[in-house]
Design a binder for this molecule. Structure first.
Ligand SMILES: Nc1nc2c(c(=O)[nH]1)N(C=O)[C@@H](CNc1ccc(C(=O)N[C@@H](CCC(=O)O)C(=O)O)cc1)CN2
Ligand SMILES: Nc1ncnc2c1ncn2[C@@H]1O[C@H](COP(=O)(O)OP(=O)(O)OP(=O)(O)O)[C@@H](O)[C@H]1O
Length: 193
């Protein structure tokens, strides 16, 4: 319970920090994150990438999605299901996104089922923070804990973050699924152990 309480507090604090960033600072983060990811061999070689369309104060992923799509990568995006699990459907360009639950932008293509993430060669996950061992703090719905449990051990899982959101240590619970890397504006791509 101690950990759960402190996760909630941490999430609140980190989201407030994002909200307090200057808009220019937020928008300046998107390009270095995008470029670090686009030049990564795993991303260049990937046939399918599971990603997400950023919302609100999250580091912007829209130009990354567009670049991947233009390059011919098959991009899957999440659809939030009523029980908090994630379904997946293909991204077919910026005009193919529609408003979904909780302020999300979701793909309008036919859903392929929650198991579709297992076919991704690289998975990009939203996160509020990640620690040095890959423990990830998300929105608190457990959606990505469920989704990442379906991803094989050799698959690169990466969370785009702002500087300062790769932290020393986060509280960890048994259901928490780690990510294997992060991408930040100043640090670029950082693989975690
Ligand atoms: N961009 C993005 N897509 C995602 C997630 C995410 O964290 N970010 N999810 C991660 O699991 C899933 C959806 N789950 C979500 C759970 C809560 C909220 C949320 O707290 N929304 C705020 C408003 C959003 C904002 O403007 O910042 C809210 O409802 O108050 C959003 C998505 C799948 N898609
Ligand atoms: N496999 C699962 N099936 C059902 N519920 C789960 C599962 N994994 C985690 N949960 C539930 O999700 C809730 C939120 O967990 P947590 O705070 O770790 O979310 P998070 O990792 O921050 O969020 P997210 O994964 O959506 O980004 C917890 O109450 C947990 O019990």
């Amino acid at each position: 319970m101690q950990d759960i309480v402190s996760k909630t507090d941490l999430r609140t604090e980190l989201l407030a920090r994002r909200a307090a960033m200057r808009p220019e600072e937020r928008s300046a983060a998107a390009r270095p994150i995008r470029d670090a990811l686009l030049s990564l061999p795993e991303v260049e070689m990937a046939g399918t990438i599971a990603a997400y369309a950023s919302i609100g104060d999250e580091p912007d992923t829209r130009s990354l999605l567009f670049a991947l799509w233009k390059r011919g990568t098959y991009v899957l995006l999440p659809i939030l299901l009523p029980d908090g699990d994630l379904d997946w459907a293909s991204y077919e360009g910026p005009d193919s996104l529609v408003p979904g639950a909780r302020g999300c932008l979701e793909p309008s293509e036919p859903p392929r089922g929650p198991g579709a993430i297992a076919g991704a060669d690289v998975v990009l996950t939203p996160a509020v923070a990640v620690d040095r061992t890959g423990v990830r703090l998300g929105r608190g719905g457990g959606s990505y804990d469920r989704a990442l449990a379906r991803v094989g051990p050799a698959i690169l899982t990466v969370a785009p973050l702002y500087d300062g959101e790769l932290v020393e240590a986060l509280p960890v619970e048994p259901h928490d699924q780690r990510v294997r890397a992060v991408a930040t504006p100043s640090g670029g791509f950082v693989r975690l152990s």
